[in-house]
Design a protein around this ligand. Structure first.
Ligand code: AN7
Length: 356
């Protein structure tokens, strides 16, 4: 039997809008680990025995969950005969779009908010050969321009305004249900443009409707406090947060994110940059998992709700860690102690390490 993983389209073909004529452009995305985080659970709530699992999406081919949506968006654009794609991005979408476009033999145009994208992500868009514009404006301005271009020129928009992105991303919910054989009690996610929470909710509902699972999780989305339009109820003109991936003031999927929270008896809330950074360091130091700052908003959210007394005990909680920490090493280097410089002297080093 050939049991090599061939990506989310081959794995979930029956649940996706593809046919035998769709050219599958894949980098074997998906099938990411769902890691049980006992150490983290004990730190967050020693007495509640929370069953926390981390869906480690940073292990996708370009280092984020965007690859699940991009394999669909690029395959469908290729099927439709498109030769170029365009996106606005806080970084990860552009890295993914550029990689999949390269694999498809298509051009990628990416518009990034100038000075507001983590270097790892920018370097990805560059090496995959995208044409890159550093926009004198923020992500929301970039998305407005991109949608305009999509309407007026023969270029496919591959932001999550493209419904195929949502279709691809919903497969993460399928993987989680297939892993457990049931749906978790809670699902926590960071929220930026709000496509991913929309996609997960769609996936869970589809599995529920066809009887693969007997319940659906409560969907809990967390924005960064300085970029929390959904929580505040109005667009934020000049969003601010250290978590540049989710520095978005007017999310496209605003309404569907609210709907996911409402239908699932969940919520959308916000965490501060300090809470995000603490969660970011905590998951790395207790579990050995390096995610990017935005991803840690999901864990910061669990901590916040735990303090609020939301959990009774024994709940199965999944947090999506949306992106790989290596994309944005600056954040942790700035927030950490510098390594001590020592000469190559065994005794001196042993003394410093407390071994002497
Ligand atoms: C690591 O790349 O919007 O709520 O342009 O990179 O579905 O937008 C990235 C978003 C969370 C938020 N975590 O997801 C982009 C972009 C990481 C991200 C989000 C993003 P959505």
């Amino acid at each position: 039997m050939d049991c090599r993983w061939k990506g989310i389209i081959e794995a979930y073909r029956d649940y996706l809008p593809v046919s035998e004529i769709t050219p599958v452009i894949s980098l074997h995305e998906g099938n990411t680990p769902l890691i049980k985080a006992n150490n983290l659970s004990r730190v967050i709530s020693p007495d509640k025995n929370l069953q926390i699992y981390l869906k480690y999406e940073g292990l996708n081919p370009t280092g984020s969950f965007k690859d699940r949506g991009m394999t669909m968006a690029i395959s469908k654009a290729k099927e439709a005969g498109k030769e170029a794609v365009i996106c606005a991005s806080t970084g990860n979408t552009s890295a993914s779009a550029a990689a999949y476009a390269a694999r498809a033999g298509m051009k990628a145009y990416v518009i990034l908010p100038k000075g507001a994208v983590a270097l790892g992500k920018l370097s990805q868009a560059m090496v995959y050969g995208a044409k890159i514009i550093a926009l004198m404006g923020n992500f929301d301005d970039a998305l407005t321009v991109v949608r305009d271009i999509g309407e007026n020129y023969p270029v496919e928009v591959v932001n999550s305004v493209n419904p195929y992105r949502i279709e691809g991303q919903k497969t993460a919910a399928f993987e989680i249900c297939d892993f457990f054989g049931f749906a978790p009690d809670f699902h926590f996610l960071p929220v930026g443009n709000a496509g991913n929470i929309t996609a997960y909710w769609k996936g869970y509902k589809e599995y529920y409707t066809i009887g693969k699972v007997k319940s659906t999780p409560r969907m809990v989305g967390f924005q960064a406090e300085g970029a929390a339009p959904i929580v505040k109820g109005f667009p934020i003109k000049n969003p601010q947060t250290i978590a540049t991936a989710i520095k978005i003031g007017n999310p496209y999927s605003w309404q569907s994110a609210l709907q996911a929270a409402k239908e699932s008896d969940g919520l959308i809330d916000a965490v501060s940059d300090e809470e995000i950074l603490n969660a970011y360091k905590l998951v790395a130091s207790t579990e050995g998992i390096f995610c990017e700052p935005a991803s840690a908003a999901s864990i910061a959210g669990v901590i916040k709700l735990s303090k609020r007394g939301v959990f009774k005990g024994d709940e199965v909680i999944v947090c999506t860690l949306t992106g790989n920490g290596l994309k944005d090493p600056d954040t942790v280097i700035k927030a950490s102690e510098k390594p001590v410089e020592l000469p190559p002297d065994t005794v001196e080093i042993a003394k410093f390490l407390g071994l002497e």
